[in-house]
Ligand binder design. Structure first.
Ligand SMILES: [Zn+2]
Length: 99
């Protein structure tokens, strides 16, 4: 995985914002779009309102997290390490090699 591949998936997905419908496990987006132009995810199993809230916020949260990762990686490129990699190097390597 790389930040560019994650960004590509975000750009190709239904645009946000998405929202969890009030008192319902349904998630729709983009907010304000005509019904025929919205993505609607409905959990018939009724697993949890928290799952719906997580999914509805995922695109926005992921985009913000990608911004932080890319800025951290860019700022960290100028660091020179002697010896073991630092925790940020390890975290960035784990992100880049994740499936
Ligand atoms: Zn480092």
């Amino acid at each position: 995985m790389s930040s560019s591949s994650v960004r590509k998936r975000l750009q190709e997905a239904t645009p946000g914002p998405w929202e969890k419908e009030e008192d319902s496990p349904a998630i729709t987006g983009p907010v304000g779009a005509a019904r025929d132009d919205r993505m609607i995810i409905y959990d018939e199993g009724g697993h949890s309102e928290e799952d719906a809230d997580l999914i509805a916020h995922a695109p926005t949260d992921l985009a913000l997290a990608l911004d932080v990762i890319e800025i951290a990686a860019e700022l960290h490129e100028t660091q020179r390490h002697v010896g073991d990699p630092c925790p940020l190097c390890i975290a960035l390597a784990a992100f880049e090699t994740a499936p």
